[in-house]
Design a protein around this ligand. Structure first.
Ligand code: R5P
Length: 261
């Protein structure tokens, strides 16, 4: 368990840059990931871990790549369905092991009608994963009608940790330190919808400075006008404590350099 966690959260800095490219499991061919391998392959050298589904792993990622896999194992509803994120188990722990996953990711929906289903499924996944020393990343999903504030997110994160999750993924919010301080396991933040590069870098910086161990970022990297430059800028924030200004300059410098080649 500890070895697997150390492959994801790098012991040298105690931080991680997880690249989230699992969106297809409920969003289908997400903008930027239509040609999955073309977008993701150039980003792999700069990511500490890759979060994706078994189908994406099988079809798009060469087995030769030395990148820890965080396998998305929850799903069951789509972005156009009536119940967004009412998820159950879509991949067994045995298959996660067969695919050499370093961790599995499961979404819970606290505060929705079906919260009980997702929480009991999380408990089941943790029981099965513990048997084999596989860490579980609980994803605190947020419905369209729910406030992404510290009160709600600290409830969801703490509940996930009390259920036995080994890491939690949540959203950055005002008073984020409250979320971090009341959660006994490492927290990574999702990026959310695409925003201007400078803003995304500021959000990553604030989250890290306020106690997140890293990011599990997707659209703000792979939908950037230059994803390869963006992931390196985020990396500077995560592992080198670069300020948003320094990271944004790095983004622009790499982008300009890459235009020449
Ligand atoms: C949603 O639950 C998916 O797991 C995504 O991986 C997650 O939202 C992170 O991606 P993004 O930074 O695009 O929000």
């Amino acid at each position: 368990m500890k070895n697997r966690l150390s492959r994801i959260i790098k012991p040298k800095t105690g931080r991680t840059l997880m690249l989230a490219v699992d969106h297809g499991y409920f969003m289908g061919p997400t903008a930027g990931l239509e040609q999955f391998d073309k977008t993701v392959e150039p980003l792999i050298p700069y990511a500490d871990a890759l979060m994706l589904t078994r189908g994406a792993l099988r079809n798009y990622i060469k087995p030769e790549y030395d990148i820890p896999i965080v396998l998305r194992i929850s799903g069951g509803t789509s972005i156009i369905g009536k119940e967004l994120l009412h998820e159950g188990i879509i991949t067994s722990i045995e298959d996660a092991i067969r695919l050499n996953a370093c961790a599995v990711a499961f979404s819970i929906m606290v505060g929705a009608d079906f919260e009980r289903d997702t929480l009991l499924a999380l408990a089941q996944v943790i029981d099965e994963a513990e048997r084999y020393g596989i860490p579980v990343l609980a994803v605190t999903a947020v419905g369209k009608e729910m406030e992404r504030d510290a009160r709600y997110l600290s409830l969801a994160c703490r509940m996930a940790a009390e259920f036995g999750a080994h890491m939690v993924k949540t959203y950055y919010c005002k008073d984020f330190t409250k979320v971090v301080e009341t959660c006994p396991v490492p927290i990574v933040i999702a990026g959310g919808k695409k925003r201007p590069e400078k803003e995304a870098l500021e959000m990553a910086y604030n989250a890290i400075q306020e106690g997140a161990v890293g990011v599990d970022m997707g659209r703000n990297i792979f939908q950037s006008e230059d994803p390869v430059a963006m992931i390196q800028a985020v990396r500077a924030i995560v592992h080198e404590d670069a300020t948003p200004d320094e990271a944004f300059k790095l983004f622009n410098d790499i982008k300009e350099e890459r235009k020449k080649t």
